[in-house]
Design a protein around this ligand. Structure first.
Ligand code: CP
Ligand code: NVA
Length: 298
């Protein structure tokens, strides 16, 4: 029994195996193995979601399981019951858990005290399922990540950016995180990452130069709403648009984890031009998360 709590905790081999399995499940959805027969999994969400919730609800059912959605605020968690007590209760009733919340420590604690296979469906620190789906798109559209340059633009210290940095650290592709200094990851994170192939840039044009993949995420992550005005002001020069894309490789692809705010982190024109790639990322959430569950139960 395994967990998926972060990209940081995965090896290169594990990432590749999950992505390969995701690709085969996308090619033959009808051949999904029924590894969850007789099981009921809990989805515990403390933040909004469209893609993650729907893809897990559909995916778990396709794997033969049943699924229960729990809005964290409507459980006793919302009234202060400790995570470790909730975990011990659910550990005696359900067979697996998918958790979207704020603190990474809460997901780690839940996994420890529940004894359940546990998946991080987004925390403030990481969004591992998203990056696995994105790597699947890179494999499908570009034939892989070896020798490729990825550029992440925007809030360079958000969960999606951090998961990209761990993916680059594990897989060895070149990654530039382009962000104003205040939205770059702190020195202690970069030290822990310890990856020479990951660089930081405070210049949008320089960051995008020669990129095969140009990636962005919302500028105001869930939980950061109070900083909206400051973020919109400081991140304005970091929008992905057709002018900035001139710096990238000729056939560069644009990726976005969605939801997208047109006219903010990405122009409407650029989003629509790359819609096939962007909505493939969303679709791959279904396939790669099924792959994660099959891998976890091996
Ligand atoms: N990309 C992503 O995780 O989307 P949701 O917030 O809609 O789940
Ligand atoms: N960084 C974003 C990702 C949304 C899928 C957030 O945490 O809100």
């Amino acid at each position: 029994m395994k967990n998926l709590l972060s990209i940081e905790a995965l090896t290169a081999r594990e990432i590749s195996d999950i992505v390969e399995l995701g690709i085969s499940l996308r090619k033959n959805r009808a051949a999904t193995p029924k590894v969850l027969n007789g099981q009921c999994w809990a989805l515990i969400f403390n933040k909004s979601s469209t893609r993650t919730r729907v893809s897990f609800e559909v995916g778990i059912r396709e794997l033969g399981g049943d699924v229960m959605f729990l809005s964290g605020a409507e459980t006793q968690l919302g009234r202060g019951e400790p995570v470790k007590d909730t975990a011990r209760v659910l550990g005696r009733m359900v067979h697996g858990a998918v958790i979207r919340t704020y603190a990474q420590a809460d997901v780690e604690e839940f996994a420890k005290f529940s004894g359940l296979p546990t998946i991080n469906a987004l925390t403030d620190d990481e969004h591992p399922c998203q990056i696995l789906a994105d790597l699947q798109v890179m494999q499908e559209k570009l034939g892989g990540w070896k020798g490729r340059k990825v550029c992440f633009l925007g809030d360079g210290d958000c969960n999606v950016a951090r998961s990209w940095m761990w993916a680059a650290a594990r897989l060895g592709f070149e990654l530039t995180v382009g962000a104003p200094k205040v939205f770059q990851p702190p020195a202690d994170f970069m030290e822990r990452l310890n990856a020479k192939n990951v660089s930081l840039s405070a210049d949008p044009k320089q960051a995008v130069a020669g990129a095969d993949v140009v990636y962005t995420d919302v500028w105001i992550s869930m939980g950061k709403e109070k900083e909206s005005a400051r973020r919109l002001r400081l991140l304005k020069p970091w929008q992905i648009n057709e002018t900035l894309m001139k710096q990238a490789r000729k056939n560069a692809i644009v990726m976005h984890c969605l939801p997208a705010y047109r006219g903010k982190e990405i122009s409407s024109e650029t989003l629509e031009k790359h819609a096939d790639t962007i909505f493939s990322e969303a679709e791959n959430r279904l396939h790669v998360q099924k792959a994660v569950i099959v891998w976890m139960l091996r």
